[in-house]
Ligand binder design. Structure first.
Ligand code: ADP
Length: 398
């Protein structure tokens, strides 16, 4: 079975066409800087077919270009879309409706739509992806794989907020967590690299991209994670504030004349690296401006670093002992300085990295220094493979 995996992020769309016979990736690529300007690449066995700037005003346009590339007469890897047996979609928020991966039906689409208020940056682009695929492949089953499932193992003291219990129950208010497919993939891969037995290992997984979260993974299961009811909580992100004093919301409504919608939009879309720097949501742009001496870019950068250090330190304390730290996603896989500074800040618990090994981008590598009490890895995430496996299992059982 050939599966098209669609992973729609806030400013990116990753895609892979996987032949599940041998889990071979027939083609893959990334559309990035969607809504900013646009860049797309398309790779097959023969290497990069193209890697170019191209206008990507929204995710719908990006997906259309992916489909054209896959079936292109000259560079395509399939002759028609009929060869695709199923589509697997990464869906950010399963909320109170979806505890596991599901076959996408009209009801499921309605459910994902209902949850858009909880994930305003991510569920809408996923719906665009689902609808675009259903239009092109009306008879092909599709499966939704939710970022929230991995976190369902959290104990109640991590899962619930310290608000009245009845309110949590009535409104389904709890920490759902996100990037679960990524945290699951890298923690399983890390356990494999460390010799296999995930049940005996405690890992801090750092998924640092446009959206970022840390997880404390205890014995193979998620114990705590930094994102909450929505992907707004936790670390400083591209356009999201991360955790702030919740009283700021009421303050801005009362004193600033803002509506709740205004504040939500501000915290989700105009905050984080973008809001602090006034320059960009993209970490590379922030680093560039920081290097040129821009004060606000410098503060944004320092805030990002501090938030990663803070959660990593907190999770080390919660877990009691840490066997490994994993860096993944756009920033985690590529930002050499960030990894170095975060690991240096954890030196008090014996974390030591090898600077020469850390001097790399986007590949799986252990960067632990001799004598370190904790092993440190860069593991490029592979949410697509996890999604393809879930999709295959569900579609084969139909
Ligand atoms: P998304 O959450 O949209 O999937 P990604 O995981 O693709 O995001 O991560 C995007 C982030 O990774 C951007 O902030 C980008 O600047 C950052 N990034 C990519 N390459 C580098 C690099 N070489 N150095 C620092 N940051 C980088």
């Amino acid at each position: 079975m050939i599966i098209l995996v669609v992973n729609t992020g806030s400013s990116s769309l990753k895609y892979q066409l996987v032949d599940m016979k041998d889990e071979k990736v027939l083609a893959k690529g990334l559309c990035e800087r969607i809504g900013i300007d646009g860049h797309m690449n398309y790779k097959t066995d023969e290497g990069t077919v193209f890697d170019k700037d191209t206008a990507l005003p929204d995710h719908g346009v990006a997906l259309q270009l992916v489909i054209e590339a896959l079936t292109d007469k000259e560079h395509g890897v399939i002759s028609s879309m009929d060869e695709i047996g199923a589509v697997g979609h990464r869906i950010v928020h399963g909320g109170y409706l979806f505890n596991e991966s599901v076959l996408i039906t009209d009801e499921v689409v309605a459910g994902i739509e209902e949850l858009c208020t909880l994930a305003p940056l991510h569920n809408p682009p996923a719906l665009v992806g689902i609808r675009a695929c259903q239009e092109v492949l009306p008879n092909t089953p599709s499966v939704g794989v939710f970022d929230t499932s991995f976190h369902t193992s959290m104990p109640d003291e991590c899962k619930y907020y310290a608000i009245p219990w009845e309110v949590s129950e009535k409104y389904h208010i709890q920490r759902y967590g996100f990037h679960g497919t990524s945290h699951r993939f890298v923690s399983e891969r890390c356990a494999e690299l460390m010799g296999g037995d995930a049940s005996k290992i405690n890992i801090i997984t750092c998924h640092l991209g446009n959206g970022s979260s840390l997880s404390a993974v205890k014995g193979g299961k998620c114990y705590d994670t930094s994102m909450g009811l929505t992907p707004l909580e936790g670390l400083v992100m591209g356009t999201r504030s991360g955790s702030i004093d919740p009283a700021i919301v009421g303050f801005l409504c009362e004193q600033g004349g803002m509506t709740v919608e205004d504040v939500n939009a501000m915290l989700n879309k105009k905050s984080g690296l973008l809001g602090v720097s006034g320059i960009s949501a993209d970490c590379r742009d922030i680093c560039e401006a920081d290097a040129k001496g821009d004060h606000r870019a410098h503060v944004a950068r320092e805030m990002l670093l501090k938030s990663v250090k803070r959660y990593a330190g907190a999770y080390a304390a919660e877990l009691g002992s840490v066997d490994a730290i994993v860096f993944t996603a756009g920033i985690g896989e590529n930002d050499i300085e960030l990894r170095e500074k975060v690991c240096d800040s954890l030196g008090f618990m014996g974390v030591k990295i090898d600077k020469a090994k850390n001097d790399c981008r986007g590949k799986e590598v252990e960067i632990t220094a001799d004598g370190s009490a904790v092993r440190v890895f860069i593991i490029p995430t592979n949410e697509e493979l996890m999604i393809a496996k879930d999709t295959k299992a569900i579609v084969e059982a139909l």
